[in-house]
Design a protein around this ligand. Structure first.
Ligand code: PHE
Length: 452
């Protein structure tokens, strides 16, 4: 099996994992889910989810990656070798690969919308010069009814993803991350300053942080934990793969904690970018998935310097999505590199090409195939989203928790982490007992098997 390269820069693993984590989950999903599930209560459960489960599992995934230096499936196989786990169980190592490819199938379509909005904001196109609410909703519906435009931007986005991954770990991923991440931070800061001056900053702070416990129930808890998981890129193999490229000298525990906290911070910052703009225009925060695509253009259309900041906003969405999409393609490309003698660019083109083609079905599910239901009442996009969020993510997390907590020798894990016995004890207990219990709860709640 071929050895993978190691990241050159000292900070690359931190930036790359943060780039993977920060994406549509923070900018698109987080604000609209907060809006839909009642603000602060959702935020607090999400924060607890990141701290209790996110941080330990993030550290575990990096550990598994660096210890085995392999893609998720081979990592799981390697960790199973010294244990008596039946061979068939190793097949669970495919879950992160199936999950990440499935996510990328619809992720690229949504990221394509962001590209289109960015271009329109910059050029004053239809989506960049919206003045009234009806117009905004109508424009968004027109986009969804127009498969060709969607396919055009989806193709652009997938081509960029495939291009970066095809160029390799150092010349492709590391190089692009080195410019994408600083750009992303600068854009977030510019937008935060802009939203502070838009007048509704305090109201947004209140909306995000004053808890209303009556809004907490089993469903919102399970959604908030699911959101934390998706947002941290856990369970889908991206972090394991990035860990496999981490230099031996790097501190895994610090890196994992920093990535989780940065991701959480960025999600909160995005809440503070989106809600002031939404509120200052008198819009409702609970307008669902269309929140950033319907409400934001409308608000930008009327605020001073709206087009400039609108362009920055959608450029941020696109860059954040790209730094995540490369981490969704990489695990399977790395697996096939390990298992076949094909050149990386061929593998990237094959896997990426297949995902791109599958993306057509997602595009069509918004229009021509709107009524094609795979699961009852759910079209193709809804079905993929449901399967990923409710089944694949918790199962992928369980694979990490079980393999790190039960199958990897504790002494190996501790050596890899370089932690003292106490901290290691805390981490190991969380991963061995707390995470699996919580993950089973999330899995069963979202499948409707238990209700509370
Ligand atoms: N964390 C990314 C986001 O928030 C999505 C993602 C999930 C990326 C799983 C990689 C693996 O958008």
């Amino acid at each position: 099996m071929e050895q993978h390269p190691i990241w050159k820069g000292k900070w690359t693993v931190l930036l790359a994992a943060t780039g993977s984590a920060v994406g549509l989950g923070n900018i698109w999903l987080f604000p609209y889910k907060v809006g839909e599930y009642g603000g602060s209560a959702f935020v607090l459960v999400y924060l607890a989810g990141v701290l209790i489960m996110g941080v330990p599992l993030m550290i575990s995934e990096i550990t598994i990656g660096r210890f085995t230096r392999m893609s998720p499936f081979n990592a799981v196989t390697k960790l199973s070798e010294n244990s008596r786990v039946p061979g068939a169980w190793r097949l669970l190592g495919f879950i992160p690969h199936i999950g990440s490819c499935t996510i990328l199938t619809f992720y690229a379509v949504i990221a394509g919308w962001a590209l289109l909005y960015m271009v329109h904001m910059a050029t004053g196109g239809v989506f960049g010069s919206i003045q009234v609410a009806e117009e905004s909703a109508a424009a968004f519906s027109r986009l969804q009814a127009d498969p060709l435009t969607m396919i055009f931007y989806h193709t652009l986005f997938m081509a960029a993803t495939i291009f970066i991954v095809a160029k390799g770990v150092i010349a492709g991923l590391e190089k692009s991350i080195n410019w994408m991440m600083p750009l992303l931070f600068v854009m977030v800061i510019c937008l935060l300053i802009y939203s502070m001056f838009s007048g509704q900053f305090m109201r947004s702070l209140e909306f995000l942080f004053t808890p209303d416990w009556s809004k907490i129930n089993g469903e919102s808890v399970s959604f908030a934990i699911g959101q934390a998981f998706f947002s941290l890129s856990l369970g889908m193999g991206s972090i394991i793969t990035y860990g496999a490229y981490m230099a031996k000298e790097g501190d895994i525990a610090k890196t994992g904690t920093a990535v989780s906290l940065l991701d959480m911070l960025l999600a909160l910052c995005m809440g503070l970018v989106v809600f002031p703009v939404v509120f200052s225009f008198g819009l409702e925060p609970n307008s669902g998935p269309g929140l950033i695509f319907e409400s934001m253009p409308l608000a930008f259309g009327s605020l001073p310097l709206g087009n400039l900041f609108g362009t920055v906003f959608f450029a941020l969405v696109a860059v954040a999505a790209l730094s995540s999409s490369i981490s969704l393609l990489e695990p399977t490309v790395a697996l096939l590199e390990e298992r076949t003698s094909l050149k990386r660019w061929k593998i990237a083109a094959l896997v990426g090409g297949a995902i791109w083609l599958a993306g057509f079905s997602v595009v069509l599910s918004f229009n021509v195939w709107q009524d094609v239901h795979i699961l009852p009442g759910k079209n193709i996009f809804d079905t993929l989203d449901y399967i990923v969020s409710n089944i694949m993510l918790p199962l992928g997390g369980l694979v990490t928790a079980l393999w790190m907590g039960w199958l990897m020798k504790p002494s190996d894990a501790r050596n890899e982490l370089g932690l003292g016995p106490q901290w290691f004890g805390v981490l190991h207990t969380m991963v061995r007992y707390v995470s699996p219990v919580l993950l089973f709860l999330v899995l069963f709640t979202s499948l409707g098997i238990i209700q509370f």
